[in-house]
Design a protein around this ligand. Structure first.
Ligand SMILES: [Zn+2]
Length: 481
């Protein structure tokens, strides 16, 4: 029942592109997500807790308009508002919408500020002047108002002049009226309850300012989604320290009417951020029995993460945390970290997102890096052969970012990394320390998640495909506030 339209907003930020072939009859009204029977969005997709088609109508309308409308249409039929009333009365005023899929009529969508503009626009399409203004008058009479509206007209081009087959006028508050050509040459009026379609959009951008918000909005990410985006990366990125040139992309779903009016706030479904050659992606997923979506990476790992326990690849532990005999000083001494032996030059990673607060040669520690991870959490990396190029004190680092290379500087018997974690000034064992609960999806949840992610990826790919929906609106709909 859900018509899904995919669109790459990077290519087409403002305009709305609708394919009439995707139009469907209105779904049975639903007043809450929970009442919608789970429908597979894509064949492999599991029942997803996504809001599907919405039942939208004019739930708010001026008294004057009400007075006008009351004379014209059955009250309940017009006010197919979201909620119990609509649900009970179960009107299907536009059940006849299905034939819209037939290519017989040329569909045009355009804004009109008032009756004259509506009449004029119709006239400019070649419609007989008398008919154009008659239709415009009918619309105003039916809506009882002259507020700006979005008009969808189906043109019948069989005759010498194009004629109106149907005309739908939708006010910004969702109230809409539809005129359908009647046998007598006049129009039959129908109230319309607009159904929403889910549309997937993706935009990508590059950081140009030090404030993510500015770059995000400039790229076309809706204002309301920026904070969700930053929260998804709360464990990876220090948003106060981002760099120009970093790349990002956001994918969201929006529910829009045929005229392009949003009927509920957009929902972020996938996010991506790339800095220093490290790219992280997260996908929104609502685990069964949970109300709100959370963020998971490609493998189903939650975005909340603890520090890496082994911040160097291919290393073997040569000395654990605790008391031991010091190899050089030959005295009993607490070993405040873990030693990882690895060849000189092996990259060392930041164990977590943070800021470099110390980076220099420091006596027995050799080349030392200290990273502040916030909340009193600090990691230290010793005996480095070299620091990462261009990095200095104050540098912001992501988890997994290369900060330096294994060496044997300072008091060291061979190439290794001495790694420490301190919390509020106390040493803790890096091999057992957990500062956050890292949750990974498993079993059935993981399978559901992977299926949904596959569907999302397919939608994103489709959104970025050069094959666009064929139909173009005749004019840009008035931007909605
Ligand atoms: Zn050590």
């Amino acid at each position: 029942m859900i018509a899904r339209i995919v669109e790459a907003a990077a290519m087409e930020t403002e305009s709305t592109s609708f394919n009439p072939r995707t139009w469907v009859s209105p779904a049975p009204p639903a007043d809450s997500v929970s009442q919608i029977a789970p429908e597979p969005v894509v064949s492999e997709a599991p029942p997803a807790k996504r809001p599907t088609a919405l039942w939208v109508g004019g739930s708010v309308i001026g008294l004057a308009a009400m007075a006008g409308l009351a004379l014209l249409v059955p009250w309940g039929a017009f006010f197919g508002k979201p909620g119990a009333e609509a649900h009970q009365s179960a009107p299907a005023p536009v059940a006849a919408a299905a034939p819209m899929a037939a290519p017989r009529y040329d569909t045009r969508i355009f804004p009109a500020a008032d009756m004259n503009e509506l009449g004029l626009s119709l006239e400019e399409m070649g419609i007989d002047t008398g008919d154009a203004y008659f239709a415009a008058e009918e619309v105003i009479a039916a809506l009882g108002t002259m507020e700006p509206m979005t008009v969808t007209v189906e043109l019948d081009s069989k005759g010498a002049k194009p004629a109106i087959h149907s005309l739908t006028a939708e006010l910004e508050n969702g109230a809409a009226i539809r005129l359908i050509r009647a046998g007598d040459g006049g129009f039959k009026r129908e109230s319309v309850v607009e159904t929403a379609q889910v549309r997937v959009r993706q935009v990508g951008g590059t950081i140009k300012h030090n404030i993510f918000y500015l770059s995000a909005v400039e790229a076309g990410i809706p204002n309301s989604l920026v904070s969700d985006f930053t929260k998804a990366f709360a464990f990876d990125i220090d948003w106060g320290q981002i760099k120009p040139g970093d790349r990002f992309s956001a994918t969201w779903e929006e529910n829009v009417t045929r005229a392009g009016r949003e009927v509920e706030p957009p929902r972020l479904i996938a996010v991506e951020y790339e800095t220093d050659g490290i790219k992280r992606s997260f996908y929104a997923f609502t685990p069964p029995d949970e109300a709100e979506p959370r963020w998971f990476d490609e493998g189903g790992q939650g975005n909340a993460r603890s520090l890496m326990r082994t911040p160097v690849d291919g290393a073997r532990i040569t000395s654990r945390f605790g008391v031991r005999k010091h190899p050089i000083y030959n005295i009993q001494k607490a070993h405040n970290g873990v030693d990882f032996a690895a060849p000189t030059g092996t990259p060392i990673f930041a164990a977590g997102k943070g800021t470099v607060i110390f980076q220099a040669m420091a006596g027995g520690a050799g080349n030392l890096i200290k990273i502040d991870h916030g909340d009193g959490l600090e990691t230290r990396y010793m005996h480095l052969n070299a620091f990462a190029e261009g990095q200095g004190v104050g540098a912001s680092v992501m988890q997994g970012q290369v900060i330096g290379y294994v060496g044997t500087t300072g008091g060291s018997t061979g190439p290794h990394l001495h790694f420490e974690i301190r919390t509020d000034g106390n040493y803790v064992d890096p091999l057992s320390f957990e500062n956050t609960v890292t949750e990974a999806l498993t079993g059935a949840e993981l399978r559901m998640y992977l299926a949904q992610r596959k569907a999302t990826s397919a939608e994103i790919a489709a959104a970025n495909s050069p094959k666009k929906p064929a139909a173009k609106p005749a004019a840009k709909p008035k931007p909605q506030g």
